[in-house]
Design a protein around this ligand. Structure first.
Ligand code: T6T
Length: 327
């Protein structure tokens, strides 16, 4: 079959129309696409589900959304097994560890289920190259997380007058997205000689743990001036800890992700900058890419979605507000 290119500079509506042209088999028995998020109760993945559901409706695809209650491989792998038992036509998944999910996903692929990773990746995240043991997923659809970390560093450096001690609140090493955000942050901070980046605090995606760590860092370093929270729970937790430690406003907080609660935090000055990802786009492109593959069209091995930078000045602007996550 002649394969057509999936993203060739077409707009979303034209893309849906072009994809829907291959719908005849779907009309007989709709394709099933499974989306396994990092966890189900995170506004980021809830928003990704919304985007995926919109694409599924437009394309006549059945979407299954099933995930674990916490962000870790121990809970994600049994959910993955349960989802695979339903034999989806394509698996979309946000792997919770770039190494530990390789074997379970390779097994899925070997059993005939095409895999696309969304948000996070396995291996190096560079797929379809014919090298390494984890290049079998068809595509990786996500934010440019290294760039996001660099954006966070620039914003924090500006907010603290380019000097002082800061630290990174992170989930755990081995998560591709937050590893890249921390790396991008540190690479950029290396260009700021008067800023010292203290040891990273790992919180297991637990906002309460991130809050108590913030208080401990403050107790050890009364001259702390800034924190970068690499994801929703790291940032919210660190912000709360800074507030509980009596340093809200003095210690600047740059947050990755944009739950609804960020609005109040930006207005009160607890958080200076929120870097909103576009998770609905990730979900939308995930289902569209799955459908493209199932209908014989080629898909690019990497699709990068955007960011919206939110601060006190633009948080009420409808053009910005649309990127706050659903709950
Ligand atoms: O930041 C997102 C996601 O990109 C990351 O991989 C895990 O954490 C979030 O879901 C936010 O909690």
């Amino acid at each position: 079959m002649q394969r057509r290119s999936f993203v060739g500079g077409v707009g979303a509506a034209a893309l849906v129309a072009s994809l829907a042209a291959g719908r005849s088999r779907a009309a007989d028995r709709p394709y099933t696409v499974a989306l396994v998020p990092g966890l189900t109760t995170d506004a980021f993945y809830i928003t990704m589900h919304r985007g995926a559901a919109a694409a599924a409706r437009a394309l006549g695809v059945k979407l299954v959304f099933q995930g674990a209650p916490a962000f870790n491989p121990v809970q994600q792998v049994p959910v993955l097994d349960a989802v695979l038992a339903r034999r989806p036509d394509v698996l979309l998944i946000a792997p919770t560890d770039k190494t530990q999910l390789i074997v379970p996903l390779r097994n899925a692929f070997s059993s005939g289920v095409p895999v696309i990773t969304v948000d996070t990746y396995i291996g190096t995240g560079v797929y379809q190259t014919g090298s390494g043991n984890a290049d079998f997923p068809l595509a990786y659809i996500a934010s440019n997380n290294t760039l996001g970390g660099a954006i966070a560093a620039r914003a924090l450096a500006k907010a603290i007058g380019d000097r002082g001690r800061v630290y990174v609140s992170n989930i755990e090493a081995g998560v591709s997205t937050t590893d890249q955000r921390e790396a991008g942050f540190k690479q950029e901070m290396a260009k700021h000689p008067n800023i010292t980046v203290l040891s990273t605090q790992f919180n297991d995606d637990d906002a309460n743990k991130a809050a108590s760590q913030a208080q401990s860092v403050l107790a050890r370093h009364s001259d702390l001036v800034g924190v970068f929270g690499t994801n929703l729970f790291s940032a919210m937790g660190a912000g709360n800890g800074i507030q509980q430690g009596g340093s809200a406003g003095r210690v600047k907080v740059v947050a990755f992700d944009a739950p609804q609660s960020i609005v109040g935090n930006l207005k009160s000055g607890l958080v200076d900058i929120a870097i909103a990802q576009h998770p609905a786009e990730i979900g939308w492109f995930g289902v569209a890419a799955a459908y493209a593959h199932l209908t014989g069209q080629s898909i690019p091995p990497a699709i990068a979605t955007g960011f919206t930078i939110i601060d006190k000045a633009n948080v009420d602007d409808p053009a910005t507000k649309q990127y706050l996550y659903s709950e």
